[in-house]
Design a protein around this ligand. Structure first.
Ligand code: NAD
Ligand code: UGA
Length: 471
């Protein structure tokens, strides 16, 4: 491994056109009109969407960023080999899901896709290239990537950098425009400088942190673990609030004004979701176990245990409150995405709450402003899959007959016995709740899994409101 002594103009390729690869590269291309940016993926349908007006990822402001750069210096295609050949800086931004089978199943990260990318890069490269790990990876993955790259028969040479992504879905564009920091880990200062020179076009130099490779890889897992830990901590307190008369939002405000604690990420909820928090913590747990640090592993695992408890506690509370049965009762489900302003449903708490309610025989009227009916049905089908991968006929029937997906929140509430808010979409705060109440059965229950509705007003109208962390 060595750095090239000359630096030629940067030409970027990104393997993986997902929630990270697409928006990140679109932002780089927008900010650096002179740098060609080729985003490639094996998934033809996804690439077609990136080339259309219906982007595969819903993010406020993304359409405009893509429109500015696409066709100028930003391209989307399935020509992985061609893009590798014609670039000298290659980002790997493929998925790194939790392993489902074999050693470390249920915890370790599945690095199959990353390894395949490294092999493809080794196979197609000539000259010198900088390979950038953008995917979230276990600490020391760069070691394996370097070994695979060093097998390149063409004599190509590589520098490997770690440049984890910290954007959050729903705010990806603003996070990419003005990140708290950009982290670059690596061994070659020349390669680090080249990557830094890309970000420096729009990000102040003091926000570009450089570290060694392993610190960078580990910082990504650690950041997600700390963020998720805050949510699990406030959710743990919400359970105590419900039995003591304290109000979790008041507690969050009271502790959040302590500058050492800070106000962010203290919103109690039905549980965190998203593709990364759980996956990354389980990965951290696996790493700790691997290195014989079982106490450290147990400490972090508790964050996920608490999150599962919170989701279960919520659905159980719904059933108990509704006279211990929801069988044949219609329940309006407001929101299915794992948070507002995204169409992503991966690990959404809504999937697990809906599963529990369906098991109890409820009829669900689901509404989400951005998630498609196809996605909702697929998620519910997946959650009922047994370890064999099969869905029983009973569960198939439940999804077929007891799940209706509708186009607005009022239709969902019409003739319902209860409403359950599972995503904090802003539009739910603006609804005419008197109109909603008039359409519902009595008592009109509301289970607000995000504490977004105005409980006092709803109380006055006549709803029976149950929020998170309120008695
Ligand atoms: P994603 O599943 O949305 O996208 C990954 C893409 O990679 C898919 O389109 C897939 O077809 C493609 N791919 C897989 N193997 C490939 C191969 N060999 N060649 C070409 N394409 C291939 O995943 P994502 O949400 O974009 O996450 C990517 C990585 O970024 C993960 O490691 C994740 O942990 C990390 N991350 C995600 C977020 C987020 O908000 N989603 C934020 C920060 C970091
Ligand atoms: C998270 C991190 O915030 C990003 O920095 C990181 O890059 C990303 O994971 C990743 O690695 O994938 P994301 O999952 O997109 O981003 O969204 P968050 O805003 O972190 O929310 C995660 C979950 O926690 C959501 O379900 C959200 O509703 C929940 N949450 C968040 C709460 O319940 N309460 C809070 O106070 C904050």
């Amino acid at each position: 491994m060595h750095s090239s002594s000359r630096t030629s103009p940067i030409r970027i390729c990104c393997i993986g056109a997902g929630y990270v690869g697409g928006p990140t590269m679109a932002m780089i291309a927008k900010q650096c009109p002179d740098i060609p940016v080729a985003v490639v993926d094996l998934n033809q349908a996804r690439i077609d969407q990136w080339n259309s007006d219906e982007l595969p990822v819903y993010e406020p402001g993304l359409q405009e960023v893509v429109a500015e750069a696409r066709g100028r210096n930003l391209t989307f295609s399935t020509d992985v080999e061609g893009a590798i050949r014609s670039s000298n800086m290659i980002f790997i931004s493929v998925n790194t899901p939790t392993k489902m089978h074999g050693i470390g199943a249920g915890r370790a990260a599945n690095l199959e896709f990353v390894e395949k990318c490294a092999r493809k890069i080794a196979e197609c490269s000539q000259g010198h290239k900088i390979v950038v790990e953008k995917s979230t990876l276990p600490v020391r993955t760069a070691e394996a990537v370097k070994r695979i790259l060093s097998s390149a028969s063409s004599g190509a040479t590589f520098d490997v950098l770690s440049n984890p992504e910290f954007l959050a879905e729903g705010t990806a564009v603003s996070d990419l425009l003005a990140p708290d920091r950009v982290l670059i880990g690596g061994e070659s200062s020349q390669a680090i400088e080249q990557l830094a020179s890309v970000y420096e076009r729009w990000i102040p130099r003091e926000k570009i942190l450089t570290t060694n490779l392993w610190s960078s890889e580990l910082s990504k897992l650690t950041a997600n673990a700390f963020l998720a830990q805050r949510v699990s901590s406030i959710n743990a307190i919400s359970a105590l609030c419900e039995v003591t008369g304290a109000n979790v939002d008041e507690v969050a405000r009271a502790i959040g004004t302590d500058s050492r604690i800070g106000p962010k990420f203290l919103k109690a909820s039905v549980g965190f979701g998203g593709s990364c928090f759980q996956k990354d913590i389980l990965n951290l747990v696996y790493l700790c176990e691997h290195f014989g640090l079982s106490e450290v592993a147990k400490y972090w695992e508790q964050v996920v245990v608490m999150n599962d408890y919170q989701k279960k506690r919520f659905s159980t509370r719904m059933v108990r409150t509704m006279f211990h049965t929801v069988s044949d009762k219609q329940i309006a489900v407001w929101g299915f995405a794992f948070k507002k302003d995204t169409n992503d449903t991966r690990e959404s708490a809504a999937i697990y709450v809906c599963r529990d309610l369906l098991e109890e025989g409820a009829r669900l009227m689901v509404y989400d402003p951005r998630v498609s009916e196809k996605q909702i049905r697929q998620d519910l089908m997946n959650v009922f899959k047994a370890s064999s991968g099969e869905v029983s006929e009973r569960h198939r029937q439940l999804i077929e007959k007891n799940v209706t997906v509708v186009k607005d929140a009022y239709t969902a509430a019409n003739l319902s016995h209860a409403i359950v808010v599972l995503t904090e979409w802003d539009e739910f705060k603006k609804l005419d709740m008197q109109r909603v109440y008039d359409q519902m059965h009595r008592p009109a229950f509301v289970f607000d899994g995000r504490n977004v509705l105005d409980a006092q007003t709803m109380d006055k109208i006549g709803f029976e409101v149950h929020g998170i962390g309120r008695s």
